[in-house]
Every structure is written in structure tokens, then in C-alpha cells.
Design a protein around this ligand. Sequence first.
Ligand code: GLU
Length: 439
Amino acid sequence: MHTNPFEGAMEQLTAASRILEARTRTKREKESLKRIIDILRYPERAVTVHIPVRMDNGETRIFEGYRVQHNNVRGPYKGGTRYHPSVTLDEVKALAFWMVMKLAVVNVRFGGGKGGIIVDPRTLSEHELEALTRGYARAIAPVIGPTVDIPGPDVNTNETIMYWMADEYRKLKSQISMSKKERETLPAVTTGKPLAHGGSEGRHTATAQGALYVFEKLTKKLGIKQGATVAIQGFGNAGYFMAKNLVSAGYRVVAVSDSRGAVYVHDGIDPEATMRCKTEKGTVAGCYCKGSVCDVRFGRTIDPQELLTLPVDVLIPAALEQAIMEKNADRIRAKVVFELANGPTTPEADEILRRKHVTVVPDILTNAGGVTVSYFEWKQNMDGAHWPESVVFEKLRSVMTAACDDVWNTAERYHTSIRMGAFIVALSRIVSAYTKTTD
Ligand code: GLU
């Protein structure tokens, strides 16, 4: 059993490489594939930093953070920054690896990286959060940059945090001489910034928007009908906007949870009212909201673990890794698991779900919309442009639907799962990038 997400990620890599190897004909190709898979087993660079922060009470606390750069053969490292008390280096390594795969699945010319700080941001004041973020930016400044590694948002990091990071980087770099173009493109060092500071239209809702395009593209193939029931684990940026999208598209979101509790509303929740209620209470527990009204008669509080095993059509894990593990996979009753979180299903659980004929739509396809719009933000910053939201979403739709076709067709051609189809698409693109660089 794996509790180390990086080991789980490497198991996925091994499984995909076996499928690819079986189809590789010449000895030379086999050797080249093996060499590249071996390279992909290690991050190219993993930086650990310690950030001293003067707290409001005058004491200094030292925080530990990471930036992992897994692979850049397809372009600059790219990936989010997680603020969470349970962040570990192995978790960030797994997340960085999945970024490499994800960006190759959507065919965006970026490599993959990830960052994180061990912190519960809810325990910090605004001033402490800013000092921590600026300290982190200074600590990783030697290894990031608009054409080197571009941090974005992830769990518990928002527009303001991404702006602080970019601003701190700009301040540091303003001391050295650079060309006009370099200076103008400095905001491209992070993505997920506020609109007023070089952010992109649509970035805030991009993960769920991209996921909706995938969902709509695959509903027929997966046998999901209008009015289908959905349970969503996690009511953060991805889970909340996905709930909103699905309810507007005519699906019934019957259960949602957050780190503190879960609710079941038989007729389907009203996402906006639930969010208002959650903001007031600090949790979705107790928020039985339908048709913009919250009333205790509409639903019941359930155990967050029970949410995962509800008899719904679609289960959407939208929180952290390892939600579906060996110990609960057998009790999953959904027909489809649509992974909006990164790494929510362990390889052991994946195998159990396969045997139970539960279809898993993998993270590296479904949640790639967030980083795709981050790429659009970076591109706009590099070109000094600003695209309207309609343009951003049109481009996003075309990227996501093309990725769906590539992944689905590959899974069929190789008689394998959608996850393995996605890995094969990604690995083929990475292998071809290596072949080009060594020729
Ligand atoms: N955190 C997002 C992800 O896991 C993307 C971060 C970014 O935009 O760089 O895909």
C-alpha cells in the first residue's frame, strides 16, 4: 500500500511505459524509451527553502517550502504553489511530475514543476501571509523566471498571493540591468494574478471550465445522461465552480464536502447559496441549500467519507491526493469517477475500480484547464496583450476537446484505461521532444 504519492505516481509511469514498450519495435527505440523513462523517474531539481517570518506578536517563525522542477524538455517548468499544513517534499514531487504529464496531454509547450509551503494559511494574518509569500519568492528567485520556471496557484493560493510573488521577484530583478522587453515581461514570472496586475480573463474559473468541456465531450461515451447525480468532494476553487457549471448544465449535485464536513441534499444543492452559507459558517456542514434557500428540511449532514461511497452517477474528487485508496475503493458506488483533484486515486484503488467497471477520467486530462489558461496568461504577458474572456474560453475549449480526442482514441487503440491513454499521449510527446533535442 502506498502512502507516498510520488511512489504511486512512479507506478503509473511504469505501467504506461510497459504498454508503450510492448508496441515499440526496434531495439534502438526500446533503448531510447527506457532511457527517457529513467530520466522521468527523478525531478531535475528539488529546492528546499526556509523562510523566516516575523509574526505579528514579534516572534520569528521559520517555514519550510519547496520548489520542484521535474522536467523541462518541452518548455519552461510550470506548476502551482500549494499552501497546506500537510505539504511534503514527496507530495510536491508527485505534483510536479503530474504537471509534466498534464501539460503534454494538452500539448502546451511547458515542462512541469510544483511548489509548496508547509503552512495552514488560515492561521496567519494578512500581513504574515504576505511576508511569508514574499520571503518564499525571494528564496526561490534564483531558480524561477518568465522563461525558466513559472509558479501558478494551487490549493490555498489565490490571485493576491500570485501578485505578491511576481511583485517581489520584480523588485529583486529591478536591481540588475536588463532589456526593455525583459523588464516588460517580468509579470510573466507567475500566473493566476489579479486582472489589474497582468492576470488573464477566465483564469479564476479555468479549472472547472476546462473540466466542463471534458465532461461534455465525454458524457455520451461514458453513458452520463441529463439530470445525472453528482457528488463532489471538496468545495474550493475547482469543486465550487464545477458544481456551478454542472448545475447550470442540468445535472444534480446531491452532495458536497470540505475539510470540515459534508452535506447531502436529495433534490440537488444550489452552489451559490451553499458557498454563501459556507463563507458564513466556515464549512459546508449544515448548509442544506436548494433554490437559493438554505433550510434544515432540505438535506442532512453526512460524514465526508460517506460522500465518496454514495450511489451517484458521477463522483468528483476535487480536494487532495489519495481520497480513493485501497481501503475504500471497493465501496465506491459511482459509475464514473471524474478526477478534478491531482492524484485522488491511488494505483491500488485504480485497479479495484477497474475490476468493478467504474470508469475513471484522469486528473491529467480533466483538470488541465487551469494550467492551460495559465499558459494563456503567460503568453499575453509575454506579448503585451489582453484577450477577452470569450477568446480565452474558445481557445480553452479547443485545447481541451483536442486533448479528449487524443486521449480517448489512444486508450481505444491500446485497449487500455483512459488514464493510461493520457499517459501514452503525454509520453509520446515527451519522447519526441527528446528525440528532437538529441538529434
Ligand atoms: N495548480 C494547477 C494544477 O494543478 C495549475 C497551476 C498553474 O496554473 O500553474 O494544474
